[in-house]
Design a protein around this ligand. Structure first.
Ligand SMILES: *Cc1c(COP(=O)(O)O)cnc(C)c1O
Length: 380
């Protein structure tokens, strides 16, 4: 049997254990501590913008605390990109608010500014109230059209919470994803751009907001010698051990981004001649995806095979691939939520596939994946 090729494996740079050892040696095996501060500083410097960062236990927790601070509650609706992972939308329901889903464009695969406007106007007409927040997603690392989305958000005075969980290192017009919105979430889960074995961060505009985030993430303790609470808190802070892994990972982040982009360009070059198979690419030079995952779209009529044919053949060859995210408006759990959009996201779900893209892949591995697709194409 051939060696298993995984979709996106975490890869340690080598210095992670140094930071963990330091935490043990100095007895900082508690939440908070020098690694958490160091990791937050590394992230700030990487984002290269006047932002503040609060390290948390998950990207999902970051979205949740962003919504808490935007005052999202029972009487609110929150607009969310439909084409995403459920973690973008679930925290809306944690706050007992209602999600309203918006469709995607065919070029970025992300939130359509036109449908966003339509959704805002129709919700105002139907409920007499503006949606409380907007969650665009930079899916698979591809930046959403932030200029257009921010302009609409400003016009209606609705804050934006960017979901940049998959987009660490991606840029839109030379500016890092995660620095556009009022808040932004990052994720350091096992298969994201970097991992802390589990973790996330909320990117904030001001130091006060970052402090407020940490306050909520550490059980909302008031200033008092005893335990006193005037608000509901959460246990969402990143541990000092996890942050140590994060500090080590920050040392190899730029290499990982470069490698994922290189893998994408090999796929693109090699698959260019395969009819009916298209590699998702930056729509213009305004977009600079980190290519967290390289994705393809298969047009069965032209290709003579489906994405499912590819997926099953890959599985036979011991290669992990995965269909694209199933849109939220097609998920049973969100069946009642309003949707503004067309069937672009449904088609992406039907015909799209994520290819192995992790930084540990060798060129040989990438070519093994490519040969499976070429093999199917030559069978016709
Ligand atoms: C991974 C992910 C999240 C959630 O991050 P966790 O750290 O796993 O909680 C949110 N949104 C998107 C788009 C993601 O891919």
């Amino acid at each position: 049997m051939n060696k298993r090729i995984w979709l996106s494996l975490a890869h340690m740079g080598g210095h992670e254990q140094d930071f963990i050892k330091e935490a043990f040696d100095t007895n900082w095996v508690v939440p908070l501590g020098p690694n958490v501060n160091g990791f937050e500083k590394d992230l700030r410097e990487f984002l290269n913008k006047d932002v503040h960062v609060a390290a948390l236990s998950a990207g999902t927790a970051a979205i949740h605390l962003g919504l808490v601070q935007l005052g999202v509650g029972r009487d609110n609706e929150v607009i969310c990109q439909s084409f995403t992972f459920a973690a973008s939308a679930n925290p809306i329901t944690y706050q007992a608010a209602k999600p309203v889903f918006v469709g995607s464009e065919t070029d970025t695969w992300n939130m359509s500014p036109d449908y966003l406007r339509q959704a805002i106007e129709d919700r105002i007409a139907k409920t007499g109230k503006k949606p409380k927040a907007i969650i665009p997603v930079h899916l698979y690392g591809m930046p959403a059209k932030m200029d257009e989305i921010m302009a609409i958000a400003r016009e209606y005075e609705i804050p934006v919470l960017e979901d940049a969980a998959e987009a660490l290192g991606s840029e839109y017009k030379g500016r890092k994803c995660g620095t556009f919105g009022e808040f932004a979430c990052l994720s350091f889960n096992g298969n994201k751009m970097i991992t802390t074995s589990g973790g996330g961060a909320l990117v904030c505009r001001t130091e006060e907001e970052a402090k407020e985030t940490v306050f909520y993430a550490t059980q909302a303790r008031d200033q008092a010698p005893h335990y006193q609470h005037s608000r509901i808190g959460y246990n969402y802070r990143l541990s000092n051990i996890s942050a140590g892994i994060g500090r080590g990972q920050m040392m190899v982040l730029n290499d990982h981004i470069a490698r994922r982009r290189e893998i994408h360009s090999i796929y693109q070059k090699e698959l260019a001649g395969v009819k009916g198979v298209e590699v998702h690419d930056n729509p213009s030079s305004d977009f600079n995806s980190n290519f967290w995952l390289t994705c393809i779209i298969v047009d069965p009529a032209t290709a003579g095979f489906t994405r499912e044919d590819i997926r099953l053949k890959m599985e036979e060859e011991n290669i992990e691939t995965r269909p694209l995210w199933k849109p939220m408006h097609l998920q049973p759990v969100f069946a009642d939520a309003p949707y503004y959009g067309d069937d672009t996201t449904g088609k992406l779900f039907d015909d799209g596939l994520c290819l192995p893209s992790g930084p540990t892949l060798t060129n040989e591995d990438v070519h093994r994946v490519i040969e499976v697709i070429k093999g199917l194409a030559s069978r016709k």
